[in-house]
Design a protein around this ligand. Structure first.
Ligand code: NDP
Ligand code: 2IT
Length: 462
Protein backbone atom coordinates (compact mmCIF):
# COMPACT_ATOMS: atom_id res chain seq x y z
CA UNK A 1 0.00 0.00 0.00
CA UNK A 2 1.31 3.42 -0.87
CA UNK A 3 1.29 6.24 1.63
CA UNK A 4 1.28 8.72 -1.26
CA UNK A 5 -2.33 9.18 -2.23
CA UNK A 6 -1.89 10.18 -5.87
CA UNK A 7 -0.36 7.90 -8.47
CA UNK A 8 -0.39 8.45 -12.19
CA UNK A 9 -2.95 5.62 -12.33
CA UNK A 10 -5.23 7.91 -10.36
CA UNK A 11 -5.94 9.69 -13.62
CA UNK A 12 -9.18 9.00 -15.48
CA UNK A 13 -9.26 5.91 -17.69
CA UNK A 14 -9.48 7.98 -20.89
CA UNK A 15 -12.23 5.89 -22.50
CA UNK A 16 -13.77 7.96 -25.33
CA UNK A 17 -16.82 10.16 -24.62
CA UNK A 18 -19.39 11.49 -27.11
CA UNK A 19 -18.88 15.04 -28.46
CA UNK A 20 -21.25 16.73 -26.01
CA UNK A 21 -19.85 14.92 -22.97
CA UNK A 22 -16.31 15.65 -24.16
CA UNK A 23 -17.20 19.37 -24.10
CA UNK A 24 -18.49 19.05 -20.55
CA UNK A 25 -15.24 17.34 -19.58
CA UNK A 26 -13.09 19.97 -21.31
CA UNK A 27 -14.78 22.72 -19.28
CA UNK A 28 -14.07 20.69 -16.18
CA UNK A 29 -10.38 20.33 -17.09
CA UNK A 30 -10.10 24.07 -17.62
CA UNK A 31 -11.84 24.94 -14.35
CA UNK A 32 -10.12 22.34 -12.16
CA UNK A 33 -6.54 22.06 -13.46
CA UNK A 34 -4.49 19.21 -12.00
CA UNK A 35 -7.30 17.98 -9.74
CA UNK A 36 -6.74 14.30 -10.59
CA UNK A 37 -9.07 12.74 -8.05
CA UNK A 38 -11.97 15.05 -8.87
CA UNK A 39 -11.49 14.69 -12.62
CA UNK A 40 -11.43 10.91 -12.38
CA UNK A 41 -14.57 10.79 -10.23
CA UNK A 42 -16.50 12.91 -12.73
CA UNK A 43 -15.11 11.10 -15.78
CA UNK A 44 -16.27 7.77 -14.33
CA UNK A 45 -19.82 9.08 -14.27
CA UNK A 46 -19.60 10.73 -17.71
CA UNK A 47 -18.34 7.46 -19.21
CA UNK A 48 -21.59 5.67 -18.41
CA UNK A 49 -23.95 8.55 -19.11
CA UNK A 50 -24.26 8.28 -22.91
CA UNK A 51 -27.07 5.69 -22.94
CA UNK A 52 -28.90 7.66 -20.26
CA UNK A 53 -28.99 10.88 -22.25
CA UNK A 54 -30.12 8.94 -25.31
CA UNK A 55 -33.17 7.78 -23.33
CA UNK A 56 -33.63 11.09 -21.50
CA UNK A 57 -32.88 14.00 -23.91
CA UNK A 58 -34.55 16.40 -21.45
CA UNK A 59 -31.47 16.03 -19.20
CA UNK A 60 -29.34 17.59 -21.95
CA UNK A 61 -31.85 20.37 -22.70
CA UNK A 62 -31.89 21.35 -19.02
CA UNK A 63 -28.06 21.55 -18.90
CA UNK A 64 -28.07 18.89 -16.21
CA UNK A 65 -24.69 17.42 -17.03
CA UNK A 66 -22.96 20.78 -16.80
CA UNK A 67 -24.78 21.58 -13.55
CA UNK A 68 -24.23 18.21 -11.88
CA UNK A 69 -20.41 18.55 -12.20
CA UNK A 70 -20.23 22.02 -10.65
CA UNK A 71 -20.53 22.32 -6.85
CA UNK A 72 -23.34 24.56 -5.65
CA UNK A 73 -20.93 26.21 -3.20
CA UNK A 74 -17.30 25.80 -2.06
CA UNK A 75 -16.04 27.22 1.21
CA UNK A 76 -12.34 27.49 2.04
CA UNK A 77 -11.21 29.01 5.31
CA UNK A 78 -8.25 29.60 7.63
CA UNK A 79 -8.00 27.53 10.83
CA UNK A 80 -5.52 29.03 13.31
CA UNK A 81 -4.76 27.19 16.56
CA UNK A 82 -1.96 26.86 19.09
CA UNK A 83 -0.28 23.65 20.26
CA UNK A 84 0.49 22.64 23.86
CA UNK A 85 3.76 24.62 23.78
CA UNK A 86 1.99 27.78 22.63
CA UNK A 87 3.30 27.54 19.07
CA UNK A 88 0.86 28.85 16.45
CA UNK A 89 -0.27 26.67 13.50
CA UNK A 90 -2.43 27.58 10.52
CA UNK A 91 -4.37 24.89 8.66
CA UNK A 92 -6.82 25.15 5.81
CA UNK A 93 -10.48 24.17 6.22
CA UNK A 94 -12.88 23.11 3.45
CA UNK A 95 -16.56 22.44 2.95
CA UNK A 96 -17.78 21.64 -0.54
CA UNK A 97 -21.59 21.82 -0.70
CA UNK A 98 -22.07 19.93 -3.94
CA UNK A 99 -25.77 19.24 -4.35
CA UNK A 100 -28.91 19.94 -2.33
CA UNK A 101 -31.38 18.56 -4.89
CA UNK A 102 -32.44 15.65 -2.67
CA UNK A 103 -32.01 17.17 0.78
CA UNK A 104 -29.56 19.10 2.97
CA UNK A 105 -25.89 18.70 2.00
CA UNK A 106 -24.66 15.57 3.79
CA UNK A 107 -21.21 14.04 4.09
CA UNK A 108 -18.20 13.64 6.32
CA UNK A 109 -15.24 15.72 7.43
CA UNK A 110 -11.71 14.40 6.85
CA UNK A 111 -8.70 15.53 8.90
CA UNK A 112 -5.54 14.28 7.21
CA UNK A 113 -2.31 15.88 5.99
CA UNK A 114 -3.17 14.87 2.39
CA UNK A 115 -6.48 16.82 2.27
CA UNK A 116 -6.67 19.38 -0.57
CA UNK A 117 -9.33 20.93 -2.82
CA UNK A 118 -9.29 18.06 -5.32
CA UNK A 119 -9.76 15.39 -2.65
CA UNK A 120 -12.60 17.20 -0.90
CA UNK A 121 -14.31 17.92 -4.22
CA UNK A 122 -14.06 14.31 -5.45
CA UNK A 123 -15.42 13.04 -2.14
CA UNK A 124 -18.29 15.54 -2.28
CA UNK A 125 -19.11 14.58 -5.88
CA UNK A 126 -19.15 10.85 -5.05
CA UNK A 127 -21.28 11.59 -2.01
CA UNK A 128 -24.05 13.07 -4.19
CA UNK A 129 -24.56 9.78 -6.05
CA UNK A 130 -23.97 7.61 -2.99
CA UNK A 131 -26.57 9.51 -1.00
CA UNK A 132 -29.03 9.32 -3.90
CA UNK A 133 -28.53 5.54 -4.01
CA UNK A 134 -29.56 5.21 -0.36
CA UNK A 135 -33.03 6.49 -1.28
CA UNK A 136 -32.91 8.84 1.73
CA UNK A 137 -33.63 12.60 1.57
CA UNK A 138 -30.00 13.79 1.66
CA UNK A 139 -27.93 15.90 -0.73
CA UNK A 140 -24.16 15.63 -0.99
CA UNK A 141 -21.19 17.47 0.50
CA UNK A 142 -17.80 16.88 2.09
CA UNK A 143 -15.28 18.84 4.10
CA UNK A 144 -12.17 18.65 6.17
CA UNK A 145 -8.72 20.02 6.73
CA UNK A 146 -5.05 19.25 6.14
CA UNK A 147 -4.71 19.00 9.94
CA UNK A 148 -3.38 15.60 11.08
CA UNK A 149 -4.71 14.57 14.50
CA UNK A 150 -2.17 11.71 14.78
CA UNK A 151 0.35 12.40 17.57
CA UNK A 152 -1.62 15.41 18.86
CA UNK A 153 -2.84 15.59 22.47
CA UNK A 154 -6.57 15.66 23.26
CA UNK A 155 -6.22 19.33 24.21
CA UNK A 156 -4.63 20.16 20.84
CA UNK A 157 -7.31 18.27 18.93
CA UNK A 158 -9.97 20.13 20.94
CA UNK A 159 -8.46 23.55 20.19
CA UNK A 160 -8.21 22.69 16.51
CA UNK A 161 -11.83 21.46 16.36
CA UNK A 162 -13.07 24.58 18.17
CA UNK A 163 -11.26 26.85 15.72
CA UNK A 164 -12.52 24.82 12.73
CA UNK A 165 -16.12 25.02 13.96
CA UNK A 166 -15.87 28.73 14.74
CA UNK A 167 -15.83 29.29 10.99
CA UNK A 168 -17.84 26.27 9.81
CA UNK A 169 -20.85 26.93 12.06
CA UNK A 170 -22.06 29.78 9.83
CA UNK A 171 -22.54 27.37 6.94
CA UNK A 172 -24.19 24.32 8.54
CA UNK A 173 -27.48 23.45 10.22
CA UNK A 174 -29.86 20.50 10.52
CA UNK A 175 -31.75 21.64 7.41
CA UNK A 176 -28.78 23.12 5.55
CA UNK A 177 -25.66 21.00 5.77
CA UNK A 178 -25.01 18.06 8.11
CA UNK A 179 -21.36 16.93 8.47
CA UNK A 180 -20.17 13.63 10.01
CA UNK A 181 -16.84 11.78 10.39
CA UNK A 182 -14.37 10.37 7.88
CA UNK A 183 -10.61 9.69 8.02
CA UNK A 184 -9.19 11.25 11.20
CA UNK A 185 -12.60 12.36 12.46
CA UNK A 186 -14.26 10.01 14.95
CA UNK A 187 -16.39 10.45 18.04
CA UNK A 188 -13.71 12.45 19.91
CA UNK A 189 -13.47 15.07 17.16
CA UNK A 190 -17.24 15.12 16.58
CA UNK A 191 -17.75 15.74 20.32
CA UNK A 192 -15.47 18.80 20.32
CA UNK A 193 -17.08 20.05 17.09
CA UNK A 194 -20.61 19.63 18.46
CA UNK A 195 -19.68 21.26 21.78
CA UNK A 196 -18.38 24.36 20.00
CA UNK A 197 -21.39 24.51 17.64
CA UNK A 198 -23.73 24.33 20.64
CA UNK A 199 -21.81 27.08 22.42
CA UNK A 200 -21.71 29.40 19.40
CA UNK A 201 -25.36 29.00 18.46
CA UNK A 202 -26.87 28.48 21.93
CA UNK A 203 -28.95 25.65 20.45
CA UNK A 204 -28.94 21.93 21.24
CA UNK A 205 -29.41 21.15 17.57
CA UNK A 206 -28.64 17.41 17.56
CA UNK A 207 -29.36 16.98 13.86
CA UNK A 208 -26.52 19.28 12.76
CA UNK A 209 -23.91 16.48 12.94
CA UNK A 210 -24.11 12.70 12.74
CA UNK A 211 -21.89 10.00 14.20
CA UNK A 212 -22.44 11.48 17.65
CA UNK A 213 -21.95 9.53 20.89
CA UNK A 214 -25.03 7.66 22.13
CA UNK A 215 -25.32 9.82 25.27
CA UNK A 216 -25.41 13.10 23.30
CA UNK A 217 -27.81 12.41 20.44
CA UNK A 218 -26.04 9.63 18.54
CA UNK A 219 -27.70 6.59 17.00
CA UNK A 220 -27.10 2.89 17.54
CA UNK A 221 -25.21 1.19 14.68
CA UNK A 222 -23.79 4.42 13.16
CA UNK A 223 -20.29 3.51 14.36
CA UNK A 224 -20.55 0.03 12.84
CA UNK A 225 -22.63 0.96 9.78
CA UNK A 226 -20.07 1.51 7.02
CA UNK A 227 -18.09 -1.68 7.66
CA UNK A 228 -21.20 -3.77 8.37
CA UNK A 229 -22.91 -2.38 5.26
CA UNK A 230 -19.90 -3.23 3.10
CA UNK A 231 -19.91 -6.85 4.33
CA UNK A 232 -23.67 -7.09 3.69
CA UNK A 233 -23.19 -5.73 0.17
CA UNK A 234 -20.56 -8.39 -0.56
CA UNK A 235 -22.88 -11.07 0.79
CA UNK A 236 -25.58 -9.85 -1.62
CA UNK A 237 -23.19 -9.86 -4.61
CA UNK A 238 -22.07 -13.38 -3.73
CA UNK A 239 -25.68 -14.52 -3.30
CA UNK A 240 -26.48 -13.47 -6.88
CA UNK A 241 -23.61 -15.76 -7.92
CA UNK A 242 -24.96 -18.66 -5.85
CA UNK A 243 -22.37 -18.47 -3.09
CA UNK A 244 -21.65 -16.60 0.19
CA UNK A 245 -18.97 -15.31 2.57
CA UNK A 246 -19.10 -18.46 4.71
CA UNK A 247 -15.74 -20.20 4.87
CA UNK A 248 -13.95 -17.61 2.74
CA UNK A 249 -10.56 -16.05 3.50
CA UNK A 250 -10.90 -12.26 3.36
CA UNK A 251 -8.37 -9.43 3.34
CA UNK A 252 -9.40 -5.98 4.68
CA UNK A 253 -7.04 -3.03 4.27
CA UNK A 254 -6.91 -0.28 6.88
CA UNK A 255 -7.65 -0.66 10.58
CA UNK A 256 -9.83 2.37 11.22
CA UNK A 257 -13.57 2.75 11.67
CA UNK A 258 -14.63 1.16 8.38
CA UNK A 259 -12.08 -1.67 8.47
CA UNK A 260 -12.74 -2.73 12.08
CA UNK A 261 -16.47 -3.20 11.56
CA UNK A 262 -16.01 -4.84 8.16
CA UNK A 263 -13.76 -7.37 9.94
CA UNK A 264 -16.40 -7.89 12.63
CA UNK A 265 -19.32 -8.45 10.24
CA UNK A 266 -17.37 -10.70 7.84
CA UNK A 267 -16.59 -12.95 10.84
CA UNK A 268 -20.25 -12.89 11.94
CA UNK A 269 -21.26 -13.96 8.44
CA UNK A 270 -18.88 -16.93 8.61
CA UNK A 271 -15.82 -15.57 6.77
CA UNK A 272 -12.30 -15.29 8.16
CA UNK A 273 -10.33 -12.04 7.85
CA UNK A 274 -6.66 -13.02 7.64
CA UNK A 275 -5.05 -9.57 7.25
CA UNK A 276 -5.51 -5.86 7.87
CA UNK A 277 -3.16 -2.88 7.67
CA UNK A 278 -2.36 0.78 8.33
CA UNK A 279 -0.14 3.29 6.59
CA UNK A 280 2.96 1.71 8.17
CA UNK A 281 2.45 -2.00 7.56
CA UNK A 282 0.38 -5.15 7.40
CA UNK A 283 -0.75 -7.65 10.02
CA UNK A 284 -1.10 -11.20 8.70
CA UNK A 285 -3.09 -13.38 11.07
CA UNK A 286 -3.98 -16.70 9.39
CA UNK A 287 -6.00 -17.81 12.43
CA UNK A 288 -8.36 -14.87 11.83
CA UNK A 289 -8.12 -11.29 13.15
CA UNK A 290 -9.21 -11.02 16.79
CA UNK A 291 -11.61 -8.09 16.45
CA UNK A 292 -11.91 -7.41 20.19
CA UNK A 293 -8.12 -7.03 20.46
CA UNK A 294 -8.13 -4.86 17.32
CA UNK A 295 -10.78 -2.56 18.87
CA UNK A 296 -8.83 -2.37 22.15
CA UNK A 297 -5.61 -1.38 20.33
CA UNK A 298 -7.08 1.03 17.77
CA UNK A 299 -10.18 2.51 19.42
CA UNK A 300 -9.36 2.47 23.14
CA UNK A 301 -5.56 2.90 23.18
CA UNK A 302 -5.16 4.71 19.81
CA UNK A 303 -2.02 2.56 19.38
CA UNK A 304 -0.41 1.21 16.19
CA UNK A 305 -1.00 -2.21 14.63
CA UNK A 306 2.41 -3.38 15.89
CA UNK A 307 0.79 -3.49 19.35
CA UNK A 308 -1.88 -5.86 17.99
CA UNK A 309 0.77 -8.23 16.59
CA UNK A 310 2.81 -8.16 19.83
CA UNK A 311 -0.20 -9.09 21.96
CA UNK A 312 -1.92 -11.53 19.60
CA UNK A 313 0.76 -14.18 20.03
CA UNK A 314 2.47 -16.47 17.52
CA UNK A 315 -0.38 -16.62 14.99
CA UNK A 316 0.10 -13.00 13.87
CA UNK A 317 3.02 -11.33 12.14
CA UNK A 318 3.52 -7.62 11.45
CA UNK A 319 5.27 -6.70 8.20
CA UNK A 320 6.42 -3.07 8.10
CA UNK A 321 5.68 -1.63 4.65
CA UNK A 322 4.15 -5.00 3.67
CA UNK A 323 1.97 -5.58 0.62
CA UNK A 324 -1.50 -6.57 1.79
CA UNK A 325 -2.73 -7.42 -1.71
CA UNK A 326 -0.10 -10.17 -2.03
CA UNK A 327 -1.84 -12.16 0.71
CA UNK A 328 -4.04 -14.88 -0.85
CA UNK A 329 -7.80 -14.41 -0.39
CA UNK A 330 -11.05 -14.85 -2.29
CA UNK A 331 -12.65 -11.60 -1.09
CA UNK A 332 -10.83 -8.26 -0.79
CA UNK A 333 -12.21 -5.17 0.96
CA UNK A 334 -10.06 -2.04 0.53
CA UNK A 335 -11.12 0.11 3.52
CA UNK A 336 -8.25 2.63 3.97
CA UNK A 337 -7.98 5.45 1.43
CA UNK A 338 -8.04 6.50 -2.25
CA UNK A 339 -5.73 4.84 -4.79
CA UNK A 340 -4.44 2.19 -2.38
CA UNK A 341 -5.01 -0.69 -4.85
CA UNK A 342 -3.56 -0.32 -8.36
CA UNK A 343 -3.60 -2.39 -11.54
CA UNK A 344 -0.68 -4.58 -10.44
CA UNK A 345 -2.30 -5.23 -7.07
CA UNK A 346 -5.52 -6.18 -8.86
CA UNK A 347 -3.64 -8.62 -11.10
CA UNK A 348 -2.10 -10.26 -8.00
CA UNK A 349 -5.53 -10.64 -6.43
CA UNK A 350 -6.98 -12.14 -9.62
CA UNK A 351 -4.09 -14.65 -9.74
CA UNK A 352 -4.76 -15.65 -6.14
CA UNK A 353 -8.40 -16.40 -7.01
CA UNK A 354 -10.34 -13.37 -5.74
CA UNK A 355 -14.05 -13.59 -6.63
CA UNK A 356 -15.39 -10.37 -5.04
CA UNK A 357 -13.99 -6.92 -4.24
CA UNK A 358 -15.98 -4.17 -2.49
CA UNK A 359 -14.73 -0.65 -1.81
CA UNK A 360 -15.25 0.14 1.88
CA UNK A 361 -13.15 3.27 1.28
CA UNK A 362 -13.87 5.99 -1.28
CA UNK A 363 -12.12 5.29 -4.61
CA UNK A 364 -9.44 2.93 -3.18
CA UNK A 365 -9.07 1.17 -6.53
CA UNK A 366 -7.43 2.96 -9.45
CA UNK A 367 -9.18 2.96 -12.85
CA UNK A 368 -6.72 0.27 -14.04
CA UNK A 369 -7.55 -1.92 -11.03
CA UNK A 370 -11.29 -1.64 -11.66
CA UNK A 371 -10.77 -2.59 -15.31
CA UNK A 372 -8.65 -5.61 -14.31
CA UNK A 373 -11.35 -6.87 -11.94
CA UNK A 374 -14.12 -6.37 -14.48
CA UNK A 375 -12.20 -8.13 -17.26
CA UNK A 376 -11.58 -11.08 -14.93
CA UNK A 377 -15.32 -11.26 -14.08
CA UNK A 378 -14.67 -10.48 -10.41
CA UNK A 379 -17.81 -9.10 -8.69
CA UNK A 380 -16.71 -5.50 -8.11
CA UNK A 381 -18.66 -3.01 -5.96
CA UNK A 382 -17.75 0.70 -6.19
CA UNK A 383 -17.58 2.71 -2.96
CA UNK A 384 -20.65 4.77 -3.71
CA UNK A 385 -22.67 1.56 -3.36
CA UNK A 386 -20.61 -0.64 -1.03
CA UNK A 387 -19.87 1.97 1.66
CA UNK A 388 -23.23 3.76 1.56
CA UNK A 389 -24.37 2.06 4.79
CA UNK A 390 -22.53 4.71 6.81
CA UNK A 391 -24.30 7.71 5.39
CA UNK A 392 -27.61 5.84 5.24
CA UNK A 393 -27.38 5.23 8.98
CA UNK A 394 -26.46 8.91 9.40
CA UNK A 395 -29.80 9.68 7.73
CA UNK A 396 -31.46 7.33 10.26
CA UNK A 397 -29.69 9.31 13.02
CA UNK A 398 -31.12 12.55 11.55
CA UNK A 399 -34.57 10.95 11.55
CA UNK A 400 -34.24 10.01 15.23
CA UNK A 401 -32.92 13.47 16.14
CA UNK A 402 -35.82 15.17 14.32
CA UNK A 403 -38.38 13.10 16.21
CA UNK A 404 -36.40 13.08 19.51
CA UNK A 405 -36.52 9.31 19.42
CA UNK A 406 -33.92 6.56 19.74
CA UNK A 407 -34.15 3.10 18.24
CA UNK A 408 -32.63 -0.18 19.43
CA UNK A 409 -29.47 -1.67 17.94
CA UNK A 410 -31.42 -4.63 16.52
CA UNK A 411 -34.08 -2.50 14.84
CA UNK A 412 -31.51 -0.11 13.37
CA UNK A 413 -29.38 -2.95 12.02
CA UNK A 414 -32.45 -4.46 10.37
CA UNK A 415 -33.02 -1.13 8.63
CA UNK A 416 -29.37 -1.08 7.51
CA UNK A 417 -29.62 -4.60 6.06
CA UNK A 418 -32.77 -3.65 4.18
CA UNK A 419 -31.14 -0.48 2.80
CA UNK A 420 -28.02 -2.36 1.62
CA UNK A 421 -30.23 -4.96 -0.11
CA UNK A 422 -32.13 -2.19 -1.86
CA UNK A 423 -28.93 -0.46 -2.97
CA UNK A 424 -27.61 -3.76 -4.29
CA UNK A 425 -30.85 -4.39 -6.16
CA UNK A 426 -30.85 -0.87 -7.65
CA UNK A 427 -27.26 -1.30 -8.96
CA UNK A 428 -27.83 -4.86 -10.15
CA UNK A 429 -31.15 -4.19 -11.89
CA UNK A 430 -30.02 -0.91 -13.47
CA UNK A 431 -26.91 -2.59 -14.91
CA UNK A 432 -29.11 -5.32 -16.41
CA UNK A 433 -31.61 -2.76 -17.78
CA UNK A 434 -28.76 -0.97 -19.55
CA UNK A 435 -27.41 -4.19 -21.10
CA UNK A 436 -24.42 -4.59 -18.76
CA UNK A 437 -25.43 -7.31 -16.27
CA UNK A 438 -23.06 -7.59 -13.30
CA UNK A 439 -21.48 -4.17 -13.93
CA UNK A 440 -22.07 -2.55 -10.54
CA UNK A 441 -20.04 0.54 -11.50
CA UNK A 442 -22.40 1.31 -14.35
CA UNK A 443 -25.45 0.34 -12.30
CA UNK A 444 -24.51 2.51 -9.30
CA UNK A 445 -23.64 5.55 -11.41
CA UNK A 446 -26.78 5.42 -13.54
CA UNK A 447 -29.14 4.66 -10.65
CA UNK A 448 -27.63 7.48 -8.55
CA UNK A 449 -27.50 9.93 -11.43
CA UNK A 450 -31.10 9.47 -12.53
CA UNK A 451 -32.40 10.03 -8.99
CA UNK A 452 -30.51 13.30 -8.64
CA UNK A 453 -31.23 14.41 -12.21
CA UNK A 454 -35.00 13.82 -11.91
CA UNK A 455 -35.12 15.97 -8.76
CA UNK A 456 -33.05 18.69 -10.45
CA UNK A 457 -35.41 18.73 -13.42
CA UNK A 458 -38.37 19.21 -11.11
CA UNK A 459 -36.69 22.07 -9.23
CA UNK A 460 -35.99 24.16 -12.33
CA UNK A 461 -32.88 26.08 -13.32
CA UNK A 462 -31.30 26.70 -9.90
P1 NDP B 1 -10.09 6.14 9.93
O1 NDP B 1 -9.35 7.39 10.14
O2 NDP B 1 -10.88 5.57 11.05
O3 NDP B 1 -9.10 4.98 9.43
C1 NDP B 1 -8.34 5.13 8.28
C2 NDP B 1 -7.46 3.90 8.11
O4 NDP B 1 -6.83 3.98 6.83
C3 NDP B 1 -6.34 3.81 9.14
O5 NDP B 1 -6.04 2.47 9.40
C4 NDP B 1 -5.18 4.50 8.42
O6 NDP B 1 -3.91 4.11 8.87
C5 NDP B 1 -5.41 4.06 6.99
N1 NDP B 1 -4.87 5.09 6.07
C6 NDP B 1 -5.20 6.42 6.01
N2 NDP B 1 -4.49 7.07 5.06
C7 NDP B 1 -3.70 6.13 4.51
C8 NDP B 1 -2.73 6.17 3.49
N3 NDP B 1 -2.42 7.32 2.85
N4 NDP B 1 -2.12 5.00 3.17
C9 NDP B 1 -2.44 3.87 3.82
N5 NDP B 1 -3.33 3.77 4.81
C10 NDP B 1 -3.95 4.87 5.15
O7 NDP B 1 -11.02 6.40 8.65
P2 NDP B 1 -12.33 5.60 8.19
O8 NDP B 1 -12.19 4.16 8.50
O9 NDP B 1 -13.51 6.35 8.67
O10 NDP B 1 -12.26 5.82 6.60
C11 NDP B 1 -11.61 4.91 5.72
C12 NDP B 1 -12.13 5.10 4.32
O11 NDP B 1 -13.53 4.84 4.28
C13 NDP B 1 -11.97 6.50 3.71
O12 NDP B 1 -11.77 6.38 2.33
C14 NDP B 1 -13.32 7.14 3.97
O13 NDP B 1 -13.59 8.19 3.07
C15 NDP B 1 -14.23 5.95 3.72
N6 NDP B 1 -15.56 6.01 4.31
C16 NDP B 1 -15.74 6.26 5.64
C17 NDP B 1 -17.02 6.27 6.16
C18 NDP B 1 -17.27 6.44 7.61
O14 NDP B 1 -18.44 6.35 8.02
N7 NDP B 1 -16.26 6.64 8.45
C19 NDP B 1 -18.20 6.10 5.31
C20 NDP B 1 -17.89 5.77 3.94
C21 NDP B 1 -16.62 5.76 3.48
P3 NDP B 1 -3.02 5.15 9.73
O15 NDP B 1 -3.64 5.15 11.08
O16 NDP B 1 -1.64 4.58 9.69
O17 NDP B 1 -3.12 6.46 9.01
O1 2IT C 1 -17.87 8.88 2.85
C1 2IT C 1 -18.89 8.82 3.57
O2 2IT C 1 -19.97 8.38 3.15
C2 2IT C 1 -18.77 9.25 4.98
N1 2IT C 1 -17.67 9.61 5.41
C3 2IT C 1 -19.97 9.27 5.87
C4 2IT C 1 -20.81 10.47 5.62
C5 2IT C 1 -21.94 10.71 6.58
O3 2IT C 1 -22.51 11.79 6.49
O4 2IT C 1 -22.25 9.84 7.40
Amino acid sequence: MSSTPVRSEAMPSGRPLGARLERVYETLLRRNPGEEEFLRAVREVLEVVEPVVERRPEYVEAGLLERICEPERQIIFRVPWSDDRGEVHVNRGYRVEFSSALGPYKGGLRFDASVNASIVKFLAFEQVFKNALTGMPIGGGKGGSDFDPKGRSDAEVMRFCQSFMTELHRHIGDRTDVPAGDIGVGQRELGYLFGQYKRLTNRYESGVLTGKGISWGGAQVRREATGYGCAYFVEEMLRTRGTSLAGREVVVSGSGNVAIYAVEKVAQLGGKVVACSDSEGVVHDPAGIDVELLKQVKEVERARLTAYAERRGPTATHRPGGDIWAIPCTVALPCATQNELDGKDAAKLVRSGVVAVAEGANMPCTAAAVQTFQEADVAFAPGKAANAGGVATSALEMQQNASRDSWTFEYTEERLVEIMREIHAACHDTAAAYGAPGNYVLGANIAGLTRVADAMLALGLV
